[in-house]
Design a protein around this ligand. Sequence first.
Ligand code: PAF
Length: 299
Amino acid sequence: MDLLHTTRALQRRADVERGAGHRLALVPTMGALHAGHLSLVEEARRRADRVWLSIFVNPTQFNDSKDLAKYPRTLEEDLGKCRQAGVDLVFAPTAAEMYPEGAQTCVDVGELAHPLCGATRPGHFSGVTTVVAKLFLAAKPHVAVFGEKDFQQLAVIRRMTRDLLFDVEVVGAPTVRESDGLALSSRNVNLDPEARRQATVLVRSLETAERAIVAGERSAAALLHGVEREIGKAPLAQIDYAQLRHPESLEPAPAVLEGPVLLALAVVFHSPEGADGASVRLIDNRILDPKPLSGGISP
Ligand code: PAF
């Protein structure tokens, strides 16, 4: 497995591989790799004969410097996992490499980046799209794979790819979960043990909403009320947002649901009083599909 640190070296390598007829897949990450990232690598492998993974904790997508400081950094372990997973090349640049002295240009997709995480983490998606655009230009992949856990991120990156005419196929891969249902996230390691136990409330509230839909509930307000009640059962949980949105435009869902909707959650888990652990913000989501209710007029 090769390890490159500069964009020039990566671009030259991409030209050589493309020239030799290889199909390149890129898995962009911020490191602290877990089974969720490795599932992205597997998806990439199904779609290309060269799998490249980038590891870069991108400072411009953190709107809180404490969050950036405590983001786990585990490069040596990550490289071992990449080797085992059959990654062909890891790109691990420095911040100065990705943002040369005086860099000012950024990529902003507009509307899609405003609600949900965009509202509570101002500037976050501008940082994401700027760095992903740079990674696309540096690695020149045919295909790039991202996790569906970061649903809005995936939508924003798809929009950017279309709008800027990048010749890259953007692929979403399903969320990987712990045995108790908690979505894998690099941030999970920062949870206090009691907060970790309570964090399963995220998946439980998605399931609550799904059950309600299956039972015939079509009121957006009633569904969200059920979600909030479920999250309220976890004393360490504080809702950042719980919203129903159109799965592509991310516009607010109608009051009475008719087609598929995105249920998107962001919840901050605090440490119990007296414990000195940090607060950790986690996200999760599910597409709810309110199929037409049976029992209508028979043909
Ligand atoms: O999802 C992530 O890990 C990051 O947001 C990404 C896409 C690698 C951009 O820094």
